[in-house]
Design a binder for this molecule. Structure first.
Ligand code: ZN
Length: 379
């Protein structure tokens, strides 16, 4: 039997007091993935095409959820179990199954929701509960306990709705930290499925936990573009041209104030661009000091700025436009050199080369140019 999510009731619990999180910040509104925890969860549930969504919340102030006009809002109780009871008894939604989830866990797994529903609808479980194993050493009163026996219980949990309603009604305001406990308490009366979940599914309790989680998921990517072009002149002898720090033999000579390494100049400018700095000429003007200067100095200047801003290169894509020299015979040498200069794995560097099809000044072999596209991430 395939069940469509739109027929299942989804209860999202957002009624907690956030006291352990912060004395003055509402956890629901704390930033997660450029949104807040509440909006993130609602959007995720909607992405999965749930239509019968009940939000249990006490404080709607600043929640900005009016964009979701089809949510059912129910006031939470003093305890978590009271809140669930309110939602189950007062909701207008009819359904055979219900999924209950805490907003403090940023939902991230389509796969998990699918498994929960499959176990309810196809395997006839009464209660489906995800858990993870305890990989830390577990101690109670100075005694190590067998961590293999520990199940760390998570949400979302899925239930046969009328069964969980009955158990909550019977429960008499006992404080519960999750709903599957009600099924466990009824020794062997119900079919409970424990689903081992290896994906990260942490409950945000403290501010620092959210900070670490944001660090994991956010990856503030910066992108930058760099372009450089130099005049070349044909000579009768072999010259040593610098390209990406590698020395390449060529019949042309590059005209430049510095050593004329068009690739390193483009890379340097792209790093500076990603860091919102000025261009290479601002920091290294055509003065006496920079005459015939090694372009590695320019690159290292940009790389140091990048390190100060706690960034590292994610990947770089280079396009060299040159009629002479032909780049392909020197491809490996150039790639190896760039990889060394940037201290970056070759897999993260793309070196592409093209000619200008004999058209224009570059096509005539009078110029050599390079484009650099770079992305940086948090180091
Ligand atoms: Zn240049």
């Amino acid at each position: 039997m395939t069940l469509i999510n739109s027929k299942i009731h989804f209860v999202l619990l957002a009624g907690g007091s956030s006291l352990r999180f912060s004395s003055n910040t509402n956890k629901l509104l704390a930033k997660f993935k450029n949104k807040n925890l509440l909006i993130h969860n609602i959007e995720f549930i909607k992405e999965l095409k749930f239509k019968k969504i009940t939000l249990v919340i006490n404080n709607l102030k600043n929640a900005n959820i009016n964009i979701f006009n089809d949510l059912e809002i129910i006031k939470g109780g003093k305890t978590r179990s009271e809140s669930v009871k309110n939602a189950l008894n007062k909701s207008k939604f009819k359904s055979k199954y219900v999924i209950i989830h805490d907003v403090a866990r940023p939902l991230n797994s389509h796969k998990l929701i699918k498994k929960i529903i499959k176990n309810l609808a196809e395997k006839n479980y009464d209660c489906v509960v995800p858990y993870s194993k305890c990989s830390d050493t577990a101690v109670i009163n100075s005694n190590n306990i067998d961590r293999e026996k520990i199940k760390l219980i998570k949400t979302p949990q899925g239930f046969i709705k009328d069964k969980i309603i009955r158990l909550h009604d019977k429960n008499n305001r006992k404080i519960l930290t999750d709903d599957s406990q009600l099924f466990r308490n009824e020794k062997n009366k119900f079919k409970i499925k424990y689903l081992l979940q290896n994906e990260i599914n942490i409950k945000i309790t403290y501010k620092d936990e959210l900070k670490s989680l944001n660090k994991l998921v956010e990856n503030n990517i910066l992108v930058g573009i760099g372009y450089d072009i130099h005049k070349t002149i044909k000579t009768n002898k072999n010259n040593l041209l610098k390209l990406g720090g590698a020395k390449i033999k060529s019949k042309v000579k590059v005209i430049s104030h510095s050593d004329g390494d068009v690739i390193l100049h483009a890379i340097t400018d792209s790093i500076l661009g990603a860091l919102s700095q000025r261009d290479i000429g601002t920091y290294f003007p055509n003065n006496k000091k920079n005459l015939n200067r090694n372009s590695i100095d320019f690159l290292n200047y940009a790389l140091n700025k990048m390190k100060t801003k706690k960034k590292m290169i994610n990947n770089i894509d280079l396009m060299i436009v040159s009629e002479e020299p032909k780049i392909n015979p020197h491809f490996n040498k150039i790639l190896y050199s760039i990889s060394k200069k940037l201290n970056l794995n070759k897999n993260s560097i793309t070196v592409k080369a093209t000619t200008n099809e004999k058209s224009g000044l570059i096509g005539n072999g009078d110029f050599i140019a390079c484009w650099s596209n770079i992305s940086l991430r948090d180091s």
